[in-house]
Design a protein around this ligand. Sequence first.
Ligand SMILES: Nc1ncnc2c1ncn2[C@@H]1O[C@H](COP(=O)(O)OP(=O)(O)OP(=O)(O)O)[C@@H](O)[C@H]1O
Length: 253
Amino acid sequence: MISEPGAGDDPPALDIQGVSHRFGAIEALRDVSFRVGPGSFCALLGINGAGKTTLFSLITRLYDSTSGRISVDGFDARRQPGRALARLGVVFQSRALDADLTLRQNLAYHAALHGIGGRAARRRIAEVLELVDLTDKVTARASTLSGGQQRRAEIARALLHRPRLLLLDEATAGLDLRARADVLALTRRLISEEGVSTLWATHIFDEIAPSDHVVLLHRGQVLADTLAADLAGDETLSEVFLRRTGITAEEME
Ligand SMILES: Nc1ncnc2c1ncn2[C@@H]1O[C@H](COP(=O)(O)OP(=O)(O)OP(=O)(O)O)[C@@H](O)[C@H]1O
């Protein structure tokens, strides 16, 4: 079930209303609106160039949107950026750990950026490492971790300041099947254990469960915003994706 914002007392983890963005003549996003309910998993489904990374850059305030409104956990990203960003944890497509530092050093550095130090930092680092099942790697250099372990460490890092919303941009890119499944399962588990909502950007249909909320983004526009099972109906998700977007299976490659 999609957790409908407004159904309980909590505001939506993410509320995007009428957001557009241009890069010169390129319209990367056009009038994008959707919500991610509190404590829910939302798949942002789109192929390369759909606008997923642009949307993430707007949510994280890397860019300012041309128009529209973005709120994180009820805080307007433009008018209250500090409060909105404090509620956000991000795992970008590119690797973000310092390869020469140990896992503990990487996390301690990031905790300090969020104003968490001393004993509180040590306690929280131990908690997040346990959440991602990397407790035994705390003194390992980041460069010695496998791709999947690094991704889990990045998720731990994103969780340090107890965000209400996690943004993951193609988090399984470059991982083998086993590691992909681990990262996805971990992210789903965090929703129940940490109560953190997730916006999971992907182009991989297999990562989406029938009960997931899915937002289909194509050429900067939202073509669907519903339960994956309702979107698919009697078809597979990939069939309905190709039909709705009008692209061919070859173009998906
Ligand atoms: N800095 C930029 N300058 C100009 N055009 C850009 C810039 N960033 C993105 N675009 C264009 O905006 C559109 C959306 O790109 P975006 O990177 O957001 O898509 P995406 O869904 O994240 O794809 P990918 O997974 O390949 O990053 C594309 O047409 C892209 O070429």
